[in-house]
Ligand binder design. Structure first.
Ligand SMILES: *Cc1c(COP(=O)(O)O)cnc(C)c1O
Length: 217
């Protein structure tokens, strides 16, 4: 069994059955993705629209591609024909563009709202009030489907801090569900913190380096 297949197997064994594992393959070659694919995995995440589109074009068509990073409006067109979930929606402008491109492709695209839960200022994302406003304004957008929230915890070794941020995101989901019951997914947890995320109720983890090895940027 390849290293990638082994990593995948041990992560899958350590997470609940209903938790979706997004294998984050950004910067990794198609051969690495195929090792995971041949081990049975079908859900992959990328953070750059053009890299995602280039990989999707040549890799098997039954892969479900998730766009996990910050997405610029002018890049939506590259992924709109096939993307299965967009994790990083944090503005009405972006949502309107996704809606437009989805309509052109006769699709309804599932999206997650990115919520700012970390202490760092640099990370993208909405607060609860902004998320609520976006949910209300998106009611007219027939070709997008808001299905949940996504967040990234502070990059820290302090477990209590990370836990509190994940727990807060899960509680926010529960409150927002009262406005929009179609919000069901909470995408949280990466290689360093997915165990904590799962303990705090994550339904989708995005794991890259723990599967594919460290990235060289
Ligand atoms: C790169 C990335 C991940 C995966 O990171 P790892 O630490 O390699 O698991 C998860 N989520 C987002 C948004 C990312 O950009």
């Amino acid at each position: 069994m390849s290293e990638i297949a082994k990593n995948l197997k041990s992560i899958i064994a350590s997470i609940p059955n209903q938790t979706v594992l997004v294998a984050v393959s950004k910067t990794k070659p198609n051969a690495s993705i195929m090792e995971a694919y041949n081990a049975g995995h079908r859900v992959f995440g990328e953070n750059k629209a053009q890299e995602l589109a280039a990989k999707a074009e040549v890799l098997p068509k039954d892969i479900q591609w998730h766009m996990i990073g910050h997405l610029q409006s002018n890049k939506v067109k590259y992924i709109a024909p096939f993307v299965s979930l967009i994790h990083g929606v944090d503005s009405l402008k972006l949502l309107v563009e996704i809606n437009k491109r989805a309509a052109q492709n006769n699709r309804i695209i599932d999206c997650l709202l990115q919520i700012h839960i970390a202490q760092e200022q640099t990370k993208f994302g909405l607060n609860e009030q902004e998320a609520l406003e976006l949910i209300e304004k998106s009611a007219d957008l027939k070709n997008v489907n808001l299905v949940g929230l996504m967040g990234m915890a502070t990059n820290t070794s302090e477990e209590t801090q990370i836990r509190a941020e994940f727990s807060g995101l899960n509680k926010m989901l529960a409150r927002l569900q009262k406005t929009d019951p179609s919000l069901k997914i909470v995408s949280m947890g990466m290689s360093g913190d997915y165990q904590i995320a799962i303990e705090e109720g994550s339904s989708m983890v995005r794991v890259g380096s723990a599967i594919f090895g460290a990235r060289n940027y």
